[in-house]
Design a protein around this ligand. Sequence first.
Ligand SMILES: NC(=O)C1=CN([C@@H]2O[C@H](COP(=O)(O)OP(=O)(O)OC[C@H]3O[C@@H](n4cnc5c(N)ncnc54)[C@H](O)[C@@H]3O)[C@@H](O)[C@H]2O)C=CC1
Ligand SMILES: O=C(O)[C@@H]1CCC=N1
Length: 275
Amino acid sequence: MKTLFVGAGSMAHALLNGALEARVLEKENVYVTNRSNRQRLTEVTNHFGVNGVHAPLPSHEPFDVVILAMKPKDFHSAAPAVKHFLTGDTLVISVLAGIGIEQIREALSFNGAIARAMPNTSASVGRSATAVTCNGSLSEKQREWTMKFFSSVGLAVEVPEEQMDLITAVSGSGPAYIYYVAEMLEKAAVDLGLHSELAKALIRETISGASVMLEKSGLEAEILRKNVTSPGGTTEAGISVLDKYGVSEAFTHCVDAAKNRSKEMGSEVLLNRVK
Ligand SMILES: NC(=O)C1=CN([C@@H]2O[C@H](COP(=O)(O)OP(=O)(O)OC[C@H]3O[C@@H](n4cnc5c(N)ncnc54)[C@H](O)[C@@H]3O)[C@@H](O)[C@H]2O)C=CC1
Ligand SMILES: O=C(O)[C@@H]1CCC=N1
């Protein structure tokens, strides 16, 4: 599949990494364009051995797949150039947070196949959790290819589009919440007397080990937590403080705020006034 990535940032890098390795994409058939940062484009093309498309974009190149991987705020300014690459048979895949399929269709004046996906940055190590929604215009082959493409960077599931804002808040932003927990745990450990390097090593392995337990033990998070929490022991003492400080409610508000921001970004792009 002759594929164009529009935007050569961290998400494009992560997706290219997985898809090239899994041979879902062949480097000879991959083209990447990036707006202003030529150095970034050169880095990506050199790293992967793919083709760089330097502005102005040649309008004669037909692509089987065009992947939108710029920031949502740059979508409208990118749209006129993107239109030149589309034929009736092109599959457009967007990983943009907050931007709906209908908005993409309108901005690109494109009535063909559009898939909207929400991966996360763990795609760069083949461990993304990606939600995908397809419009009715994808052929069976295009739908299969889309799922194969995202499966090459981790778990890929199809969902109805109305769940996308919430999923963006849960698993799109999700890695950042886990890193936040790692940072806070490390800060607490250092504040209370551990050496930073030792704290980092212990916390990294603790999170990684807990993640493997979640994946492999077949037990729910709640059971795994209870297994650590001896009655009257240290964990119970610690978690009772998390409860006292409202951490559980904080997570609900956190996901709700991220979900609302995803919706808001969609409307801002619609009004062409993303901050
Ligand atoms: N970073 C993340 O954790 C996730 C990001 N996303 C989505 O992926 C998209 C990209 O995010 P990142 O890779 O983090 O951003 P980034 O800022 O690293 O990369 C975006 C790239 O697009 C380029 N660009 C801007 N306008 C362009 C245009 N008109 N033509 C060509 N290139 C253009 C920029 O120069 C930049 O290099 C965003 O829409 C974001 O919502 C989705 C899931 C997770
Ligand atoms: O923060 C953001 O807007 C993007 C979308 C999901 C993760 N990063």
